[in-house]
Design a binder for this molecule. Structure first.
Ligand SMILES: [Zn+2]
Length: 337
């Protein structure tokens, strides 16, 4: 916009002129007077190069359009959230599958690789609770503790209670080491989890109350019954040994079906004998084996192991072939200990 109010400043290539009023104009050089004349005579609008105004079209936005847009936005957000949740669920499932773990709520977890026990601590706990350990010589006890440490290192212990004890992993591992002590393989690699319930627990499908069971990759035991059975070592009842016997059977017989192991060969020999024991128990009325033991071959095996460790002389006396066949499978002679 040109300035028509005085003073006016005119700048030429070699001078600057300040014009304070129209009276000054006649005293200026002709070329400058011409500039001023052109400048002041012309309508100011002629100097204004107005940019064409950009007129924003006034769109009419209807409320229905706004509502529709909002709904669309909400749907997009919800779908994005669902997609993220799905991705997250798949990631968690994949991690669990990778870790080969099942999520167990409300429990303490002792990761075997992260808990440390001194040799003196293991010795003290085993001496107090495990009669088999007490029958071993010093050299065998060293081997027992070494195996026990390796076993614990490879397992995770899930304690279904707010309170756990360091004796739990030690003594449950000791039961596994006890029954496998004559074998080269003592790690039960099929099983990654030991689940310890404070007492009897409910199992589903079928619904039942248990003190111990072996399922999938888990060995579950009621701690109350486990301890009671170890504190009473000659009654032929020991849930720890019973479940470890099932686990050993799963590990060596069911999981290694096409592997012709020494264990499997010896087990098949033992398995040929159990039928005659079933008949003898049923017909002579002797009651070394309970009803559960006589209900099926797997329970018979687990009970045999309990008797082998808790009533070895009686088992040997009553069923010498059975005793020796179990001794061959486990490579142990408990009656002679
Ligand atoms: Zn059983």
């Amino acid at each position: 916009m040109p300035q028509q109010n005085y003073p006016i400043t005119i700048t030429t290539t070699d001078s600057v002129y300040t014009v304070n009023s129209p009276e000054d104009v006649p005293y200026l050089p002709d070329s400058v007077q011409k500039i001023i004349k052109d400048f002041t005579a012309t309508d100011s609008t002629a100097y204004v190069k107005e940019e064409p105004a950009y007129v924003t079209p006034a769109y009419e936005v209807s409320p229905a359009f706004i509502t529709g847009a909002l709904l669309l936005l909400i749907i997009i957000i919800l779908k994005a959230k669902a997609a993220l949740r799905q991705i997250d669920a798949e990631r968690i499932a994949a991690e669990k599958a990778e870790a080969n773990e099942t999520y167990i709520p409300h429990c303490l977890i002792y990761k075997g690789a992260e808990i440390e026990f001194s040799k003196a601590e293991v010795h003290s706990v085993c001496t107090k609770y495990n009669p088999f350990y007490n029958k071993l010589n010093a050299h065998q006890q060293d081997e027992f503790i070494r195996r026990l440490g390796e076993f614990i290192y490879r397992k995770n212990f899930y304690i279904m209670s707010s309170k756990g004890y360091r004796e739990m992993p030690v003594l449950i591992a000791a039961a596994a080491i006890q029954i496998s002590f004559g074998l080269a393989d003592f790690l039960f690699p099929h099983f990654s989890r030991i689940i310890i319930h404070p007492e009897e627990y409910i199992a589903y499908d079928p619904l039942r109350i248990l003190v111990g069971n072996v399922q999938g990759r888990s060995i579950s035991i009621s701690w109350k019954h486990f301890l009671d059975d170890y504190l009473n070592p000659t009654d032929g009842k020991n849930v720890g040994l019973h479940e470890m016997a099932h686990a050993l059977q799963v590990q060596h017989i069911f999981q290694q079906q096409d592997f012709e192991s020494e264990f499997k060969k010896d087990y098949e020999n033992y398995d040929r004998i159990d039928d005659e024991i079933l008949l003898a128990e049923r017909h002579t009325g002797t009651t070394l084996f309970d009803e559960n033991a006589l209900s099926n071959a797997n329970e018979f095996w687990a009970t045999c192991i309990e008797l082998f460790f808790e009533k070895p002389q009686q088992l040997q006396q009553q069923y010498p072939h059975l005793y020796s066949s179990i001794g061959t499978v486990l490579n142990q002679d408990t009656a002679a200990m």
